[in-house]
Design a protein around this ligand. Structure first.
Ligand code: FAD
Length: 390
């Protein structure tokens, strides 16, 4: 049965949901409050579970082509001493799909093209919604309303609408560190061009990940993590000096990276998550993406989970033959435990990396020095194979 579905938010979650629902034959309109879609942040690693969803929706090959090749993974100490380096091929063989690190803007554009710009209304903020006997009525900042059979709340980590669906406020929790991220031309004096390289020490981290699919213009997606109090002043003019101070004495490639990045192109984020929710649905409402499970980026799973949400929601509707309540129940029971477990694991990973318990962080550095890749890949594989598409 064809439903009218209103998706609030045209981020990667809302757009993937729109695409999946369109392909199930529903009439979908996406609404976003911004007048131009310009994703915050440099790039993203779409791990194999996310790529599998995108492939099943017919956009995965384009995403794969536009993404970087990440064949190996390495950790170094802050002085540059190698801790571990290993091929990611055993992981890719086991899960049946490589990871696709890609510019956020490229991913968003590919999804937008697939959904069709005509199905997306920009510059319109949803302020509220209420359920009626026959459906749901959404209200917008310009005073207009829209009717639908189902509303998909994909309005991101700061979601105002999830409170309406849940009937209670949701607090974001600070994870204790700041992340600066940026794209930089990839050169081999920074890191091998097809390797994800990270430097760790002092509860801080520097990462360089190959992300450009065009061999003529290879780029690294780079980030710096530093544990800092919340609300530390944020001034792009000071990023280079700040990071030079935080990473003084670190290895040569880190110093080169700090000298090279463009502070104007850099994003700075105080990392937050939300406590796992007890439900991701309300009456005629599905909560999806960061609105449902804002998480620390330490597993690289926030966007991938949004893609899984989209896939599972579409399948739940397929199987419910127009019964929205039944579909929402199925979506809820398929997602709450899965995403809650990943939010918690990402939080724990963030704490270990960033010194919440300094002894645990020291133990992790020691573990890395004895790691041959099998433990790290086993964790990744568990996350990936727990998704809806195996
Ligand atoms: P968003 O992308 O936030 O989109 C929400 C949209 O809703 C926005 O466009 C906004 O304008 C719109 N909106 C908000 N309110 C309203 C309203 N009232 N009316 C209309 N529109 C509204 N994930 C990975 O999978 N891999 C990674 O490697 C990875 N790295 C990350 C690194 C960092 C530093 C961070 C911070 C996150 C990372 N993530 C990663 C997580 C990923 O970025 C998010 O999970 C993903 O962007 C969430 O997408 P979304 O569509 O749910 O929300």
């Amino acid at each position: 049965m064809t439903l009218n579905v209103l998706v609030i938010g045209a981020g990667m979650g809302g757009l993937t949901a729109a695409l999946a629902l369109q392909q199930s034959g529903h009439r979908v309109e996406v609404v976003d409050r911004v007048s131009e879609l310009r994703p915050v942040g440099a790039a993203i690693s779409v791990w194999s579970n996310g790529v599998k969803v995108l492939k099943a929706l017919g956009v995965g090959d384009a995403i794969e082509q536009a993404s970087g090749r990440m064949d190996t993974m390495a950790y170094h100490g802050k002085d540059g001493a190698p801790l571990t380096r290993f091929s990611l091929q055993p992981l890719y063989d086991q899960v049946g799909q490589r990871a696709c690190p890609i510019a956020r803007a490229t991913l968003q554009q590919r999804l937008l093209d697939a959904v069709g710009e005509d199905n997306v209304t920009l510059g319109l903020a949803c302020t509220d919604f209420r359920t009626t006997e026959s459906g749901v009525t959404a209200e917008f900042a310009d005073g207009s309303t829209r009717q639908a059979d189902l509303i998909v709340i994909a309005d991101g980590t700061h979601s105002a609408l999830r409170e309406r669906a849940l009937g209670r406020p949701v607090e974001r929790r600070y994870c204790g560190y700041v992340n600066w991220n940026v794209r930089v031309a990839a050169t081999s004096d920074l890191a091998p061009l097809e390797s994800w390289v990270q430097y760790v020490g002092d509860h801080q981290r520097v990462s360089m990940m190959p992300m450009s699919g065009d061999p003529a213009t290879p780029e690294f997606y780079c980030f710096f993590d530093v544990p800092l109090p919340i609300d530390t002043p944020n001034d792009p003019m000071r990023y280079r000096d700040e990071l030079a101070r935080h990473f003084a004495g670190w290895a040569e490639p880190v110093q080169k990276l700090i000298a090279r990045f463009d502070p104007a192109a850099m994003a700075r984020v105080e990392i937050h998550d939300i406590e796992p929710l007890e439900t991701v649905v309300g009456e005629r409402a599905a909560i999806l993406g960061d609105a449902a499970h804002g998480m620390a980026p330490d597993l690289g799973q926030g966007g991938c989970q949004a893609m899984e949400d989209a896939w599972v929601l579409a399948r739940a509707l397929d199987n419910a033959d127009g019964d929205v309540a039944k579909a929402l129940k199925a979506y809820d029971s398929a997602r709450v435990e899965r995403v809650g477990e990943i939010v918690s694991r990402a939080r724990k990973r963030a704490e270990t990396t960033h010194g919440a318990d300094p002894d645990a962080t020291q133990a992790w550095y020691a573990e890395l020095a004895g790691e041959d890749g099998s433990h790290i890949m086993a964790g990744m594989s568990k996350t990936i194979l727990g998704g809806p598409l195996r």
